[in-house]
Design a protein around this ligand. Structure first.
Ligand SMILES: Cc1ncc(COP(=O)(O)O)c(C=O)c1O
Length: 397
């Protein structure tokens, strides 16, 4: 009675972490600090709260799945400002689908673009990096595709090596999930890299899904967006779908609001499916999201807090544990030799929870899991508690 594909789902990294650490007592006498989940603890902007309150009379209405015209216009305005796009490149009503957080939309898009193989035929492939955001894998499985993990190690700036991809694999690929800035490693793909990925997508007819939810948290240079590459390559959005979220940009994970942008016919089909299976965002949420996309000041203030924390981490770690300042995003990806052992030690000796890299990656054909030596440290706490936590972490390691 149950879809057998479900047996291929991998456990969530957070479930694995609970099994590892819940049986162990945290270090006594210390306030536990959780640096595991990417949930920013910075205060959400007041303008979000104000917009929610000003629109609270709308909670009684069913919201439309395509969001409001105001929200789509705010998103299109932000995209034009952020990526210097010409006015006519992104049509708010045809190229944008607001979504209730990008997690579930990243999951659903795979089913929209993947044709199921006949029984016994070779499955279409969905490419994803390893380490990876666990939703990509579930999306591939439940779309009836074969998830193909592409190693994304330090030697390729933590992105999959595009030159190593077999054309026969690319020819049966329906989608390629690319996370830029990368989670967990915090690197940013170059314009050349993105251009190559786009040209492969167009040549081999697959969808390049670019998860840009960390794009507004960066150290010095705003990460190049895939839409900038589309602009340079003639301005069309074919074979591309980019995802953006307010969860990290505006420290508003609980608002559940993001969007995807792509080619008009795909957005239309996606919204059609969502009209049955997607949850529309309540109208007050749409109003709050519009206010947030219209404002860049709170984003710069947010980024300044991350800068403070990167400075602290740099001072505390120096070059130990392979520390480098993340180019984008808010994770430290530290090479500690054995990530699982380090996570146990940090919990029992310093009351700090971090995620072992092993839980974010899979072993390659050689049996080696590239995440094994690493821990992921989410710099999501306030600067004050981060300093104490990072000091404790470094001392304990
Ligand atoms: C890489 C990546 N993509 C997407 C998401 C989903 O974000 P949201 O559903 O809050 O928009 C996350 C959340 O942690 C993430 O790390």
């Amino acid at each position: 009675m149950i879809n057998s594909e479900l047996s291929h789902l991998r456990g969530s990294p957070f479930g694995a972490l609970r099994s590892l650490l819940d049986p162990l007592p945290p270090a006594p006498g210390l306030e536990p600090v959780l640096l595991t989940i990417g949930e920013p603890q910075h205060k959400p902007p007041q303008l979000m709260i104000d917009a929610l309150r000003a629109n609270e009379h709308l909670y009684g209405k069913y919201p439309p799945i395509e969001g409001t015209a105001d929200l789509r216009a705010a998103i299109a305005g932000w995209l034009r400002r952020r990526y210097a796009l010409p006015e006519d490149m992104v049509d708010p009503d045809r190229n944008i689908a607001p979504v209730n957080g990008t997690k579930e939309a990243l999951y659903m898009i795979a089913s929209v673009i993947t044709e199921r193989a006949a029984t016994g035929a070779t499955k279409p492939a969905i490419l994803l990096p390893t380490p990876y955001y666990h939703v990509y894998h579930a999306a591939a499985i439940m779309a009836g595709a074969e998830p193909v993990f592409l190693p994304a190690g330090a030697e390729t700036h933590f992105f999959p090596d595009l030159d190593a991809l077999d054309p026969a694999l690319l020819n049966r690929t329906s989608a390629f999930y690319l996370c830029n800035p990368s989670n967990p490693q915090g690197t940013v793909a170059s314009a050349e890299y993105l251009r190559k990925a786009l040209s492969l997508a167009r040549k081999h007819n697959f969808m390049l899904i670019v998860d840009e939810c960390y794009s507004e948290i960066y150290d010095t240079t705003p990460p190049t967006g895939i839409l900038e590459i589309c602009r340079e390559e003639g301005g069309t959005l074919d074979h591309v779908m980019a995802f953006h979220s307010l969860s990290k940009r505006s420290s508003a994970a609980g608002l559940r609001s993001g969007f995807c942008v792509g080619e008009a016919s795909l957005i239309k089909t996606f919204l059609h499916l969502r009209s049955f299976a997607g949850a529309a965002s309540p109208l007050p949420v749409c109003a709050a999201a519009a206010a947030l996309w219209n404002d860049d000041t709170h984003v710069a203030e947010n980024r300044a807090l991350y800068h403070q924390k990167f400075d602290m981490a740099e001072e505390i770690f120096g070059s130990r544990f392979g520390f480098y300042r993340p180019e984008g995003g808010f994770f430290l990806w530290l090479n500690v030799g054995d990530g699982v052992e380090a996570a146990k030690r940090l919990w029992t000796k310093a009351a700090i929870r971090v995620l072992p890299g092993r839980y974010l990656s899979v072993a390659g054909a050689d049996g080696i899991n590239p995440g094994d030596p690493y821990i992921r440290v989410a710099l999501v706490a306030t600067p004050e508690s981060s300093k104490e936590a990072l000091t404790r972490l470094a001392d304990s390691l």
